[in-house]
Design a protein around this ligand. Sequence first.
Ligand code: BTN
Length: 252
Amino acid sequence: MTDKVDIRWMEETDSTQDEVKRHFPDYDNLSVAAALLQTAGRGQRGNKWLARGGENLTFSMVLRFGGTGFPPLEASEGFRITKASTLAIVKYLNANGIACSIKWPNDIYVRGKKICGMLIENSLDSGLITSSVVGIGLNVNQTDFPASLVNPTSMTMLTGRQYDLKVELDSLARILADSYGRLFSGQDIDSADREYESLLYRRGVFHEYATSPDGERFEGKILGVSPGGKLCVEDRKGELKKFAFKEISYII
Ligand code: BTN
């Protein structure tokens, strides 16, 4: 197990992603910025991340590649960051008695409801990822959510327990650090690929999807992900289609 991770807790910030970027030289590999309240939390696809202050985990972990950080990572291998991050969250939730799946690419779902979202922002130089800021929003103690959120859930809603955010983040950050350590040192890559695919939400069953940006709907069955992280979906005619993020949305 990794030693205790360096976590900087703040009462309030706009977004821990932006906080880290403003003070980037101060954040070593695997260090974390966490906030009790984000006033401008950012989600995927330009959405806001809404989480009530003091009730949830909202934090960003810095990954550095090359030099004293992890070995250099080719941009084409960037999906490994997603795999290591999602598998760590699944492991942490499982250890808390919560069975979950991964809604490609990096949402964590429990029986059709979202418990955790991720925003992974990479910096690139000459085909290599030099650093990544992995932003994680995990619903912990919150039990009521704005109506604008389609299908949220939280750890408390699922277990009835109340959690100490600082204790939980110490534990989750170590699981994340371990997961990155294994995957970026080249260990467990095949087993992580298999595990990620086996955990995919809606895998192997026909459901409805829409292609973007045209919004055309079709029925498809998720088969897995390509080495580059595209979602592989078979349509009703048996044709295999591959989608990058933003090219497909799930009809929930
Ligand atoms: C999503 O599912 O849309 C991604 C949500 C990511 C939210 C986290 S909360 C901590 C970090 N800071 C942010 O502003 N966003 C990420």
